[in-house]
Every structure is written in structure tokens, then in C-alpha cells.
Design a protein around this ligand. Structure first.
Ligand SMILES: NC(=O)c1ccc[n+]([C@@H]2O[C@H](COP(=O)([O-])OP(=O)(O)OC[C@H]3O[C@@H](n4cnc5c(N)ncnc54)[C@H](OP(=O)(O)O)[C@@H]3O)[C@@H](O)[C@H]2O)c1
Length: 284
């Protein structure tokens, strides 16, 4: 079985567009601000995707390009300049969602900068306060990718309660929040990382395996129990300009279900991000 995200993403987008139309009719068009601090091809592609999807959903998308390559910019912005822009957007009543694109210049850390984003507008869960709130069961936006994994599992009616879930990856943007969201759903969760010895011994215990390591083909057939559900979050560029996940194609022969790379978590992530924007606009 293929855990496609395409139909789900379309459903979420349709719901979001309806909510956005209602809010706009009430005089509050949902607005997302995207802060770009450094020129980067992959980031630019993602920003174009978000801007296009926002337009289709009736969400205003304002891109603030601070990179030294942007027209008229004198040089790479420092952390205090980026923080100043984020603080301004946080205080702006016309902005309901804020995201900051990576990479960032000069070793600036996303978690540091995102600390100035108003948590109510932190639609991609980048402020450490959002992750802390998530961990303690308080309302917060989870990072869109992490939330997308749960949307995808729910859409395909994968049972989580009482089941063994293994997450490969422990970043603040994917691995940790996914593990927390699975825990919240009463799965028994193990998180693996680059220092986990004998990874396959742990992963093949999983009923639900989430691969978020950013290593092409890391998860092979020997890592997966027969019939397990496998969600592939990885996006790895290939030399010929393609994109592959963390899960090797051979896994499809053992697993009960696998999400594809292209058409799996990716489209759901963008849809969930915009959903968060209208949810933020509804309460701000
Ligand atoms: N589909 C989407 O919408 C979407 C969105 C965001 C990210 N992604 C993709 O998801 C992947 C993960 O993103 P990220 O931001 O979380 O990456 P990241 O910050 O580089 O984190 C990768 C994690 O994987 C672990 N890891 C690396 N190699 C491993 C190995 N051989 N065995 C076990 N664990 C290993 C690392 O362990 P250590 O902590 O020990 O270093 C780290 O915790 C990337 O491919 C990224 O492009 C996709």
C-alpha cells in the first residue's frame, strides 16, 4: 500500500481555502510572512511553492528577502537585524503567521532567532517555546512536517494507540516533535539517531517507522518488520537532479505501507503550514 499524501493535501487545502474566505469576508485576510535571510536554491524553490499555494488558498504571502542577493541589500543580515524583522512582524496585527527560511547566514541558529516570534504566530513551530508547550501538552503549533506525518497516518487510518513507533532522527524540526506527537497518541515511542548502534535491531521492532535522517536509502528491507507502516520524511537530492527519501525501494516488498517521496509527506507539509496560518488568523 502506498501512503499517498496528494489527496489528503488537496482536502486540507480545500478546508483552508474555505476558512480563509470566511476570515477575509470578515475583514481579516490571513497573512503569512516568510523571512529569507540567505539566498539558497532549495529554499527559494520552497518559498515559491508556499507563495503559490497561499495565493490559491486566499492567503496573503509576504516574502521579506533580507539576503545580500536581494535587490538593494547591502550585505548579509546579522542575527540582530533578522531578530528585529521577526519582532516587527510579531507585533504587526496584519500578520498572522511567520516562518524563517534556512539556511541562515554566519552560523545563526534558527532556535535562537525564532525565539522572538510570537508563539501564536509561530506556524512552523520554530520558537523553542512552541516545542516546550507541545511537550507539556499546552496548545502550540507543531512544526508543519511533524504535524503532516500525523495527518498522513490518520488519513490512512493507521492505528497508533498501544503500538510500537520508532522515529529515526532527533532534530527539533522533525524527529523530536514527531516522537512527541506519536507519544501523545499513546504509541510507545523510541527515537534513534546517528549514534544508535545496530539501528536495524531497533527499527524492525516498529509497527510504525518514521524515517527522518536525511540519508538516502538508510532504511533497507532488513530494518523493517513484515507489514509495518513506514513514513519516509527524508528528502535527499541525487546527482542527476532527482529527489529520493531515506527509505530504499526494496522496503516496499516487506512493509505493509510506505509513503512515497514526492507525493507523500511533502505536499501535506505545505498544506498543514497554510492550515496553521488560518488557525492563527482565526484567534489573533
Ligand atoms: N518532506 C518535508 O516536508 C520535509 C521537511 C523537513 C525536512 N525534511 C527532510 O527530512 C530529513 C530530516 O530533516 P532534519 O531537518 O530533521 O535533518 P537533520 O537536522 O540533519 O537531522 C537528521 C537526524 O537524523 C539523524 N541521523 C543522521 N544519520 C543517521 C544514521 N545513519 N542513522 C540514524 N540516524 C541518523 C541525526 O542524528 P544526530 O542527531 O545524532 O546527528 C539527526 O538527529 C531531511 O532529509 C530533510 O530534507 C523533509
Amino acid at each position: 500500500m502506498i501512503l499517498s499524501g496528494k489527496e489528503l493535501a488537496a482536502d486540507i487545502r480545500a478546508g483552508t481555502a474555505g476558512m480563509a474566505a470566511d476570515l477575509t469576508a470578515g475583514g481579516r485576510q490571513p497573512t503569512l510572512a516568510v523571512v529569507v535571510a540567505m539566498a539558497d536554491e532549495a529554499s527559494a524553490w520552497y518559498v515559491r511553492q508556499i507563495a503559490s499555494a497561499s495565493g490559491k488558498a486566499g492567503i496573503s504571502c509576504q516574502v521579506r528577502d533580507l539576503s545580500e542577493d536581494s535587490p538593494g541589500a547591502p550585505g548579509a543580515p546579522g542575527p540582530s537585524e533578522i531578530e528585529g524583522v521577526l519582532a516587527g512582524l510579531s507585533a504587526d496585527p496584519g500578520v498572522h503567521g511567520i516562518i524563517v527560511q534556512t539556511p541562515l547566514p554566519g552560523g545563526a541558529k534558527l532556535a535562537d532567532l525564532a525565539g522572538v516570534i510570537d508563539p501564536r504566530k509561530d506556524v512552523d513551530g520554530a520558537n523553542p517555546v512552541s516545542l516546550g508547550r507541545l511537550m507539556t501538552g499546552l496548545p502550540a503549533f507543531a512544526p508543519a512536517t511533524a504535524a503532516a506525518v500525523l495527518w498522513l497516518l490518520d488519513h490512512h487510518k493507521v492505528v497508533l494507540e498501544g503500538r510500537r513507533a520508532v522515529v529515526v532522527g532527533r532534530s527539533a524540526v522533525v524527529g523530536k516533535p514527531v516522537a512527541q506527537l506519536l507519544l501523545d497518541r499513546n504509541a510507545t515511542v523510541t527515537t534513534c539517531h546517528s549514534r544508535t548502534p545496530d539501528l536495524f535491531m531497533v527499527t524492525r521492532e516498529a509497527d510504525v517507522l518514521v524515517a527522518a535522517a536525511g540519508r538516502a536509502g538508510l532504511i533497507r528491507a532488513e530494518h523493517v518488520a513484515a507489514g509495518a507502516t513506514v513514513v519516509d520524511v527524508g528528502t535527499n537530492a541525487t546527482a542527476d537532479g532527482g529527489l529520493v527519501g531515506d527509505v530504499a525501494p526494496e522496503v516496499a516488498e516487506v512493509a505493509g505501507a510506505v509513503s512515497p517521496v514526492r507525493g507523500g509527506v511533502g505536499p501535506v507539509t505545505t498544506a498543514v503550514l497554510l492550515r496553521h496560518v488560518v488557525e492563527a488568523a482565526a484567534v489573533l
